[in-house]
Structures are given as C-alpha cells and as structure tokens.
Design a protein around this ligand. Structure first.
Ligand SMILES: NC(=O)c1ccc[n+]([C@@H]2O[C@H](COP(=O)([O-])OP(=O)(O)OC[C@H]3O[C@@H](n4cnc5c(N)ncnc54)[C@H](O)[C@@H]3O)[C@@H](O)[C@H]2O)c1
Length: 466
C-alpha cells in the first residue's frame, strides 16, 4: 500500500532494509524467447490497401472512423463496440461519407475476438478503456493483424512484456496512437532540434494537466475513475513523454535509466465523489492517485525528463512541453516561445548588457518565421488537409495518415512497440517508486540490448526528406 512509508519504522529496521533492498529497485526483464528478434526498424511487407477493423466506439473511437474516411488506400471492414447503438452511429459516419457499411460486432464483451478472427483485416484499431488494450492487442497480433492501440498501450509491466513478446514473435506492428507527437508545435520543434538549433538537448518536460471534471461521468462503466481510484503513479504519461522521447532519441542512441516519482495527496477528486456522487468521505478519501504526480527520469547519456499528471486541479490545459538544450530552449505552454543563443556581442571584453539574446524569448514575428522555416516536411505536406479533417487541431489526422502511409509503403512506423512500452511504463514504475518512499526505480531496457543500434529518431519517408 502506498502509505506504508508513513508508518513509524525503527531506525535499525530502516538500516536492515537498506542492506537488503537493492537501490535502484529493479524489475524483472524476461529473457527474449529463443528464435525471437527485436522489432527495431521493422518494416512489414507493403499493403496496397489497408483493411481496418475498429474496436471501441465511445467518445474517442468514432473520430478515428471519420478520419479514416479521408485517408487514401483504406477499407473499413468492421466495427465493434459492446453497445449496438454505438456501432450504428459509426455506420452512419460511413454512410454519410459515401462508404459501404462495415460488418458489425456488438452485444457482448467478446465480440471483438470475432472481428480479430476475420481473414480480411490487416489492421485492428483499438480505442477501448485502458484495462482492455493489452489483451486485445495481443490477441489481434496472434491472429496475424497489425495493431494500433490508444494511449496508454498497456497498464502494467506484465502486459507490456506480453505485447513486446507477441509483436516480436508474430512480426506484427503494435503502434500506440500517441497523437501529441504530431502537434504542429511539437513536430516543428522536433525538426529544429534535429537540425541542432537547441544544441544538445539536456532536459525535457511534458505533462497531462487537464481538469476532467466534465468527462468523469461519461467513461463507459466509470473505467477511468476506477483506475485512478486504485492506482498511484502517472497513469497517463504518454502525451507529455512521447514528444520529449523523440527529441531525446530514446532507444535510438539513449535510453531512460532511472526514475523517481512523487505525488501530492488527492483532494479535488474525493471532494467531487462526495459532492457529486454521494460517496461517503471515508470511502472517497481512499483514492490512490495523487492530485499532482511528478516523475523525474535520468537517461543513460545524462539527460533528464520531468513529467507531470494532474486531472483535477482548476488549471488551464497544459502538456507543458519544454526542451532545454546547450544552445536554446523551446516551450509550448502557456504561450509558445523559443529562446536561442546568439553569440553575445562584447564591448571591450565586457558583456553587452543590452544584448539579452537567449535571456528572453525571440520576438513573436521571429518565432513565426522560425516555425515556417523549420516546418516539418510531414506537416508541410499534410497541414491543410489535417486542419480540414481535424481531430485535436489536425494532429490526430496526421497520426492516422502516417500509420496508413507507412503500412502502404512497407516502411517502419513512426512509433514502434518499444515506444509503446517506454511511454506506457511510467505509471507502473512510478507506483513502485511512490510505494517505496519515492525510491529510484530502474527503467527496463525494453529493447533487451538494442537501444543503441539506431542513431537518432527519424520518420521513415518514401523519398527521405526528414
Ligand atoms: N489520444 C487522445 O487524445 C485520446 C483522447 C481521448 C481518449 N483517448 C484514449 O482512448 C481510449 C478510449 O477512451 P474514451 O474516452 O473513448 O472512453 P469511452 O469509455 O468513451 O469509450 C470506450 C468504448 O470502448 C467500448 N468497449 C469497452 N470494452 C469493450 C469490449 N470488450 N468490446 C467492445 N467494446 C468495448 C465501450 O463500450 C466504449 O464505447 C482510452 O484509451 C483513452 O485513453 C485518447
């Protein structure tokens, strides 16, 4: 239990515990099964048409169905949700877009397996609750399908290793649908970082700060509240972590090594449960997830990452997103800005106090010009259509488009199964840290030795431009 460390423990016992507990805390890395290879830079045979089946048509799923109707080279073969009326609504999306109706699966907790069993599907797209992601992804890969799964891809280490082993064994992609890496600011800033504008990136920040008060009552079966009620740790780290990991070339020359997590007590959600749902206070205050959870991570190459999670404080939406390098700095929230080191003019050996250069943000017109100059080629190609189709301002469309583009061209996907693992493990590892007095915890090398094989993160393109 999380609060064990608050119990008074005699100093001698602490000393004995320190002698027997290994610091950092290590988790088990299962050996790679014989005959299995890693999935680094893995490319599957090109598909002329990507035939897709969707599972999970709640708040998130139908948007994906709609976006897919705007992507060339796809066929929407099947739709599944426990609720028939949700499948019907997504059928209407297809009809309104001039697409044929898809095969429908609903009415039970297991109908999704029949969708995965079909011979005429290449890609299973999963937008269900967190607890069902891993079992669906594993089963779909075992049926010979590529998988795209919503965030986080898996919720504990066993699930993560199961997904990795299944992907390596079946040679099927398992991509997590982390859309924030395609946000225009993050994409452009990544491109700037790759051209060396910020020098060597030493530190990155990211967050999911979003007051979910208006959403809590709309999740199917209250799954999100239930998960937060039971578990501490940053349970939704991927939006903040994904863009930072790409800029830091994680498992493309560096790897996350040690993590420490710390959280505040939870107040606003217990009060919400008491006031809006009539939950008795003693029950409401058994809430495990901290109101604000901070996780700090050190990488093998001596970089740091700071991630935050807060879904109940009255704060403006923020994914924090900052990159700090030896020659520059980027920040997205609350207002986007860049600070770049320009060689300081000196006056007879004395620093010119008027020239602040990197001491402040570049003027707004320079920021805009930089963003135009360093626009990522993927954004340059898709921006107009992405804005038209939408989905969080267009980034969701770029994510889906890139997934289909890479599958159709037989290219490695933008996010591999190890990204899924690294970005999804933060909750489970942070929980271990919190439950052990904020102890350091080793981040497993999910590539099992391959993290340094690829040098630098790049998007795969038919004609390389990035
Ligand atoms: N990337 C993003 O920006 C973003 C935004 C919102 C949600 N999400 C993610 O999308 C996922 C879904 O979130 P949501 O808000 O749509 O939740 P939701 O509760 O509204 O929808 C989940 C849907 O899955 C269905 N489902 C659950 N179990 C099923 C089963 N066994 N068979 C068939 N259908 C089943 C439910 O009936 C429901 O319709 C979550 O992983 C969430 O984290 C991502």
């Amino acid at each position: 239990m999380k609060k064990v460390y608050k119990i008074f423990i005699p100093a001698v016992l602490v000393f004995l515990a320190a002698c027997t507990t290994s610091i950092p805390i290590e988790t088990k890395i299962p050996p790679r099964p014989a005959g299995q290879e890693d999935m680094l830079a893995f490319a599957a045979p090109a598909l002329d048409t990507v035939r897709v089946g969707f599972i999970g048509l709640g708040m998130r799923g139908p948007g994906a169905v709609r976006r897919f109707t705007h992507i060339p080279g796809i066929q929407i073969v099947a739709l599944c949700d426990k609720h028939e009326e949700r499948v019907d609504s997504s059928q209407n999306i297809l009809i309104n877009a001039g697409f044929p109706q898809a095969a429908a699966y609903s009415g039970s907790d297991h109908a999704w397996k029949e969708l995965c069993d079909r011979e005429d599907i290449d890609l299973v797209y999963i937008a269900t609750d967190w607890q069902t992601h891993a079992q669906m992804a594993v089963y779909a890969m075992e049926q010979g399908k590529h998988v795209a799964v919503e965030v986080p891809g898996a919720m504990d280490l066993d699930e993560i290793w199961n997904i990795i082993n299944t992907s390596e064994k079946t040679r099927k992609h398992c991509m997590m649908l982390e859309n924030c890496v395609y946000d225009f600011f993050e994409l452009t800033t990544l491109y700037m970082a790759q051209q060396g504008l910020f020098g060597e990136i030493l530190h990155g920040e990211g967050a999911y700060i979003h007051n979910l008060e208006d959403f809590w009552d709309h999740y199917e079966g209250d799954w999100r509240m239930e998960f937060n009620r039971k578990f501490s740790g940053d349970v939704y780290a991927t939006h903040g972590l994904g863009p930072v990991c790409q800029a830091l070339d994680i498992h493309r020359g560096d790897k996350m090594d040690i993590l420490v997590a710390m959280d505040t007590k939870s107040v606003n959600i217990p009060e919400f449960l008491i006031q809006k749902r009539g939950v008795p206070p003693e029950e409401a205050y058994t809430f495990e997830n901290g109101q604000n959870t901070m996780t700090i991570i050190r990488t093998q190459n001596g970089k740091t990452i700071h991630i935050q999670h807060d879904v109940s404080s009255p704060r403006p939406y923020s994914r924090m997103y900052q990159l700090s390098g030896t020659k520059g700095f980027a920040t997205k929230y609350p207002v986007p800005g860049y600070a770049l080191e320009i060689p300081q003019a000196t006056l007879e050996g004395t620093p010119n106090l008027e020239n602040l250069s990197a001491h402040r943000f570049v003027p707004e017109e320079i920021r805009r010009a930089l963003m135009e100059q360093y626009k990522h080629p993927i954004q340059a190609e898709l921006e107009e259509q992405a804005k038209m189709v939408g989905g969080h301002g267009g980034m969701d469309f770029i994510m889906d488009y890139r997934l289909v583009y890479c599958l159709r061209n037989g290219l490695p996907l933008d996010m591999d199964v190890y990204d899924l693992a690294e970005w999804s493990c933060i909750g489970a590892l942070g929980r271990i840290s919190i439950e052990n007095g904020n102890a350091p915890v080793r981040v497993p090398d999910f590539t099992r030795g391959g993290w340094n094989k690829i040098q630098g993160y790049r998007h795969a393109m038919v004609s390389p431009t990035s």
